[in-house]
Design a protein around this ligand. Structure first.
Ligand code: NAD
Length: 693
């Protein structure tokens, strides 16, 4: 037998039918693949010369998962459950030969086989919850029958992807082949005993482990309803008929598929792929980056060094003098010690990573660096001096980057004789944890330097977003407007704690005033002072944060800011309430009440409005980049898709209406963006703008 059914090929080796999916690039489960698989399994089931079946995706692939392009629209039948039904009806042992990715639907297909043989490159898991869904073709029912309920909850809720070794350790793979998994699967298939998970009972589990797995999943749910649904259908497998569970799963899957959260997460999935498509880069290749230098070993520099060491780069961390270098090394050690203390890192791994970081005050060593990232004080004179020194010491072709939050990158680049090698790499605190990396493109930044920055981000496991060189780039520019308007709301009558509660109810991990207390009120004050000379006098200026600073309330580090902290516990402070009341009275403001929804709508409108200005000014390439920045760098809830996407959901006419009120409150600087007005009037959205419509 040798046959081709569209994207699926069948050949016979002895009594074994080898079914190979061949649908480049990743063997996604498109309609054509689903159709072909159903037809093939019907054929081999009926073919008397076939005693066993091996299912493969070729030497380096299996089935990566659903075809997400299809999912964005309305997929056509047959659906995946019908493929798996056809496999179930095949009364011969079926062995999966897995190389590469077997994710989502690909993993569900593997679970429907009688045995799973993996290659060394296997990446396997049920990742649907990452997109706000649950597995919809039996994954939630088969996995617990194989690995137990606690593990299934943990894997499905986290969308965890296992390596070959990990999968084998828990029995998700029966064996890891030394060489080609296909050859081994073919050899094993005739002797394989049929073991359909649909007929297996859920193994007894430790209740304590299940309760713990569920608690962790709920804590990390982040407003994604799929998590609760996954817990419900997985835990129901105990003592329940397989068919009943399958129906339960399908109903939950179909309902989630219509959910706004799933649409938001799918939007972010595509946004991540768009973010590295940058006009003007042509076919520029990244410059090779081996050794990385970091200048300044303060809060950011130390964590930036850690981020690079974690990713395997040798790091040269340079300070102004030996004493500062010693303090920097302590900071690096502290970061790792905390990780070891909480069990996230072993002593051995810490030693290895620490071994990659050389700390000192000898700048001549930076000669060996392919990339140097400056993370010294946020001061133009300091940075200019550093870049002059770097220009003198760095090798030709080395990339020179600044972690500046607000300063003019072109002015920094201009002090060097090689402005084309200069780029902004704006990390977020803590730099070894936060996913966002804003890549600032200067007027002269060379295409291959920008490409290198994007490649670096990937190696660091970070999400790059390219921003134009303007005060605050994308993220801090939006954040400044958001904070200003949160302060206007305070002056108008809302308590900081009410605003924070509304934001947390919306899905932010922390409200804006709690965040200010954490990062320190002095940082924002320094920024306001820097801007004082250029601020439009007609812009409304709230003095409450300055008064807090003057009272020595710089945030958590001084025991109080917008809140007070006794033993680290946050509480409203009557002194702050009185200070706010005094300011309102001084300005003749009669305080109003704001509902949580009013607060949420106002601040969302402000973010989207500022985002529209960033797009129109060329600071952001697209609305979806702004969404990525806010979700990955500022705690905006993923399940809401980012501020621009959420604004589309609110409706841009409503956003504009809200912004007109915000303008009446804030005055100069809060004008509705012409782009927002244009989109609202023409009935378009930020998404349609991104699509070029
Ligand atoms: P920091 O004050 O903690 O650290 C700055 C370090 O730079 C100090 O250790 C100092 O000794 C060192 N330094 C100063 N001048 C130097 C010189 N000439 N040569 C070598 N080292 C020198 O500051 P930070 O919070 O780490 O911020 C550093 C940079 O990162 C700033 O540009 C800041 O705007 C930016 N940034 C900060 C954050 C944040 O949340 N803290 C976030 C993003 C970006």
């Amino acid at each position: 037998m040798s046959d081709i059914m569209g994207p699926v090929r069948v050949r016979q080796e002895g009594a074994v039918a080898v079914v190979t999916v061949d649908f480049p690039p990743v063997n996604a489960l498109s309609t054509a693949v689903r159709q072909a698989l159903i037809a093939v399994f019907r054929d081999v089931a009926d073919d008397e010369s076939v005693a066993a079946v091996v299912l493969s995706g070729g030497p380096s692939r299996f089935i990566a998962g659903a075809d997400l392009r299809e999912m964005a629209g309305l997929p056509a039948p047959p659906f995946l459950p019908e493929v798996i039904e056809a496999m179930e009806r095949c009364d011969k042992p079926v062995v999966a030969a897995i190389a590469g990715a077997a994710l989502g639907g690909g993993c569900e297909i593997a679970l429907a086989c009688d045995a799973r043989i993996g290659g060394a490159s296997v990446l396997i898991g049920l990742t649907e919850t990452r997109l706000g869904l649950i597995p919809g073709a039996g994954g939630t029912q088969r996995l617990p029958r194989l690995v137990g309920i606690a593990r299934a909850v943990e894997m499905i809720c986290a969308g965890r992807i296992l390596t070959a070794r990990e999968a084998c350790a828990i029995g998700l793979l029966d064996a890891v082949a030394e060489g080609d998994p296909l050859a081994e699967a073919i050899a094993r298939a005739p002797g394989t005993v049929k073991r359909r998970l649909s007929r297996v009972v859920v193994p007894p589990g430790e209740e304590k482990e299940e309760v713990a797995a569920i608690a962790v999943a709920r804590r990390k749910a982040g407003g994604v309803p799929a998590i609760e649904e996954a817990i419900r259908v997985v835990t129901a497998t105990r003592g329940q008929d397989f068919a009943v569970g399958l129906a339960m799963e399908r109903a939950a899957f179909l309902a989630l598929r219509e959910s706004v959260e799933a649409a938001a997460l799918l939007h972010l999935f595509f946004a991540e792929r768009e973010a590295t498509k940058i006009p003007g880069l042509g076919d520029a290749r990244p410059r090779p980056v081996g050794t990385v230098g970091v200048v300044g070993a303060g809060t950011m520099g130390a964590a930036i060094a850690v981020a690079h060491a974690d990713a395997g780069f040798p790091v040269l961390l340079v300070e102004r003098d030996e004493a500062a270098a010693a303090a920097g090394l302590e900071r690096v050690r502290d970061i790792y010690a905390r990780q070891v203390g909480s069990g996230r890192l072993t002593d051995g791994a810490m030693a290895e990573r620490l071994g990659r970081i050389a700390v000192g005050a000898d700048w001549s060593r930076l000669r060996d660096a392919d990339l140097v990232i400056e993370a010294a004080f946020e001061d133009m004179d300091v940075k200019s001096e550093i870049f002059r020194r770097l220009d003198a010491v760095a090798r030709p072709g080395a990339i020179l980057a600044s972690n500046t939050s607000y300063l003019d990158l072109d002015a920094i680049a201009a002090v060097t004789a090689r402005p084309e090698d200069v780029v902004g790499l704006h990390f977020f605190a803590p730099a070894n944890v936060m996913k966002l990396l804003e890549v600032v493109r200067g007027a002269r930044t060379a295409p291959d330097v920008l490409r290198s920055a994007l490649t670096l981000a990937r190696k660091l496991g970070k999400q790059p977003v390219v921003a134009g060189n303007e005060d605050g780039f994308i993220g801090n520019r939006l954040y400044a407007a958001y904070r200003r308007h949160a302060e206007y709301l305070v002056e108008e009558g809302a308590a900081p704690a009410e605003i924070d509660a509304a934001l947390e109810e919306y899905g932010f991990a922390m409200g804006i005033f709690a965040v200010s207390d954490m990062s320190g009120l002095d940082i924002a004050r320094a920024m306001r002072q820097r801007r004082a000379a250029t601020r439009d006098p007609r812009e409304r200026y709230v003095t409450i944060p300055d008064l807090l600073c003057e009272a020595g309330r710089l945030g958590r580090k001084t025991g109080g800011g917008w809140y007070r902290y006794a033993d680290g516990v946050k509480a409203e402070d009557p002194a702050v309430t009185a200070l706010i009341a005094g300011e309102r009275a001084r300005r003749g403001i009669v305080p109003r009440r704001f509902t949580p929804e009013a607060i949420q709508r106002r601040l969302l409108a402000v973010l989207a409005n500022e985002g529209a200005k960033a797009i129109a000014g060329g600071i952001a390439l697209r609305a979806s980049d702004i969404d990525l920045a806010f979700v990955n760098g500022y705690g905006f809830p993923r399940a809401r898709g980012g501020p621009m996407w959420a604004a589309d959901r609110m409706g841009l006419t409503a956003v504009l209406g809200e912004m007109e009120q915000a303008y009446a409150t804030g005055g100069a600087g809060s004008e509705p963006a012409p782009l927002l007005i244009e989109l609202a009037r023409s009935g378009r959205t930020f998404s349609s703008l991104d699509r070029g419509e």
